[in-house]
Design a protein around this ligand. Structure first.
Ligand SMILES: Cc1ncc(COP(=O)(O)O)c(C=O)c1O
Length: 445
């Protein structure tokens, strides 16, 4: 008697799964998804894990009919909140294929071909930043883990006398992940005030450095999440050099704009930084989840990371092992969809796509400024803008935002700027239509 196969194939179901994925990549997401209340979802899905299983067909029907419609389609062109996503069709196609290839890309031994291609994409980013040829790093899951990995390397690289408390210097507009990282690392945060546009005040940064002896790294914003501000990178890297400390650039959102030659001068000074992050899943037209973490001198990343164990002794530790550059060991080749999209469409398509989003943000800003009852408060800085609707208080804004979210017309949510509740827009999708957006915004008049 042959042994039973616990996980049999189901070719027909597999085919219909592939067909569904193909059609979704062609059609794009339904903007009304995610509008159903959570109670609906829990009620319909019920208990799904049973001793004998429900079979591929039934489980996949739950995925397509219940699970996906209960998730927000951030990559729809009307999705303008947080920092949304806009993966290119090629990147989504490769991501689906990548899942089937099941590549272990934690070390060269397991994933050399994939890692080689990922490294080309990392080198492309490093070159845009004006970094030397030997710069490199790794794709991690997101900006949070990229920031943590870079800042851990920064502290390991500290060569001064050990202070009572280590600290990270950043502006009050630093992303929430920096506070989370400081908490994980058990270090303090020295938060420096910004100018009215949200850029760190250099004079205050210099004063803070003079006053605290434990600051081991400066985190510069290259596209602050709430307001799009890009700090004076030259000023901050100069200060870091003066104090012999690390300068990390958090460009999880904004550094994507380096792909547009016209926008690149905004990041002047980055060539002197020690590390940066930029998330292809935000504004570089690749799917979740990927963050490019790049070190100017990768050996400084490797000095802080990498795992050793008897079971890892057979690996070639002189090879390019991605697990040596961040806090992880096993990893998928999550940089490949980004590499594929770049390879398939080329650099010029990337420049055009970024330019289109910047133009769209500009057109929306002009339309807001020209509309009675709407005030442009800030921006656009990169592709972020803030505005107020004069006849709406915070409660009315929240209700307006929820109505449009549920109908799928627009995802545009409030934020706080200098104590005031305002609406925020961040454009990352080249297919966003400014006229369509403005038509919805005019309902605020
Ligand atoms: C500037 C900045 N840094 C870090 C992050 C964190 O990135 P992730 O959500 O990929 O962890 C974000 C996310 O929006 C961000 O905008």
């Amino acid at each position: 008697m042959s042994a039973s196969v616990p996980f049999p194939q189901n070719q027909r179901a597999l085919q219909s799964m592939m067909d569904w994925a193909e059609q979704l990549i062609i059609d794009g997401p339904d903007p009304r998804n995610g509008a159903r209340p959570f109670s609906h979802f829990t009620g319909t899905l019920g208990q799904t894990i049973t001793p004998d299983g429900m079979g591929w067909e039934q489980a996949f029907a739950l995925f397509t009919d219940e699970i996906v419609p209960s998730t927000r389609p951030f990559h729809h062109p009307t999705s303008l909140s947080f920092v949304a996503a806009a993966p290119s069709p090629a990147s989504l196609g490769l991501d689906a294929a990548l899942g089937a290839a099941e590549i272990f890309a934690g070390n060269w031994d397991g994933g050399s071909g994939a890692i080689y291609a990922e490294n080309q994409a990392l080198s492309w980013l490093a070159t845009l930043a004006g970094w030397p040829e030997n710069a490199g790093g790794v794709f991690v899951s997101g900006g949070t883990l990229g920031n943590l990995s870079a800042l851990h390397a920064a502290r390991v690289g500290w060569s001064g006398p050990r202070p009572d408390r280590f600290a990270i210097l950043c502006s009050t507009e630093a992303h929430s992940s920096i506070r989370a990282v400081a908490s994980v690392m058990d270090v303090d945060m020295v938060e420096v005030a910004t100018d009215p546009e949200g850029r760190i005040r250099l004079d205050e940064a210099a004063a803070a450095l003079a006053a605290h002896d434990g600051i081991f790294a400066i985190v510069a914003n290259a596209g602050a999440t709430n307001c799009g501000a890009v700090d004076d990178l030259r000023g901050l890297t100069d200060l870091a050099r003066q104090y012999g400390i690390w300068c990390h650039v958090d460009g999880a959102y904004g550094l994507a704009a380096m792909a547009d030659p016209e926008a690149r001068p905004l990041f002047h000074g980055i060539e002197q930084a020690d590390s940066f992050v930029v998330d292809p899943h935000k504004w570089l037209f690749a799917p979740y989840d990927s963050c490019a973490l790049v070190y100017r001198d990768p050996s400084r990343g490797a000095a802080a990371h990498g795992q050793r164990g008897a079971y890892l002794d057979t690996l070639d530790h002189d090879a390019w092992n991605p697990s040596d550059f961040a806090l992880h060991l096993s990893r998928r080749a999550r940089g490949l969809p980004f590499w594929f999209s770049l390879a398939a469409y080329g650099e010029r398509a990337y420049a055009t796509a970024i330019r289109q989003t910047l133009d769209t943000a500009g057109k929306i800003a002009e339309g807001i400024a020209a509309t009675d009852g709407l005030d442009l408060v800030l921006g656009p800085q990169l592709s972020v803008l803030l505005f107020r609707a004069v006849s709406h208080d915070a409660g009315a804004l929240a209700a307006w935002a929820e109505t449009n979210r549920r109908s799928g017309a627009l995802l545009c949510l409030p934020t706080t700027w200098h104590g005031e509740t305002v609406l925020r827009i961040c454009v990352v999708n080249p297919s966003t239509d400014p006229d369509e957006v403005l038509a919805v915004l005019r309902t605020l008049q």
